[in-house]
Design a protein around this ligand. Sequence first.
Ligand code: G3P
Ligand code: MG
Length: 244
Amino acid sequence: MSKDLHLSRVIAHRGASAYAPENTLAAMRKAHAMGAQWVEFDVMLTADGEAIIMHDDTLRRTTNGKKRLVAETSYNDIAQLDAGSWFAKQYAQEPVPTLHELLNLLKKLKININLEIKPTVGKEAETAEKSIEILKQFWPVAESPPMISTQSEICLSVVHKIAPELCLGTVIHQWNEPWQNWSQDYACQSVSVNHLILSPEKIMELRKYVKYVLAYTVNEPWRAHELFEWGVDSVFSDKPDLLS
Ligand code: G3P
Ligand code: MG
């Protein structure tokens, strides 16, 4: 069993993504400047197996890389892209960070992490293995226990096998996933749930299986307070200042 995570009420979703381009170093610096104690980010693999920080399968929405698939683009090509202009001119030329670069920054900022493994189809095991390899190499796991989460059963099984000491959790968009089995089979300690499908009853049920119940993505203070009253531990928010 891993150490207590000491989660904060608000976890900065993809960094301070309401105020800076998501999943960039700028978004993480902004989250830290706004007082965030935890940040969440998404890890995906490039065609040549580099672990980068990216949410979507394609480069279109968050870079100038057009419709190309991340999984079919080399890291050298991705490193040339602008991941900031789509958000605001002041972030022009903000790069897509590698997981290694991101961990180095977050370590300096002394901020806690939720690493979400976001594999493309067919690369599940490889993405999980690479994420954990880099995490173990560059993150002070014992000093600052991370939360690892994923929506992929293959990733859950790989992380459970190669790093059972880490706090692992499922991500649930809809109730049709067999989350009870996953929680038991892979010793999950957390569950991150789409807040729109939560109810007080569902939260009570989730609590029978996991230690931490988290809800995403909550950008309204009244909704965060309602979820806390229902028993949610933390909310993922694009606004680290949600409760201030
Ligand atoms: O892990 C919480 C949340 O990040 C899951 O959804 O799509 O924003 O990665 P998504
Ligand atoms: Mg995520």
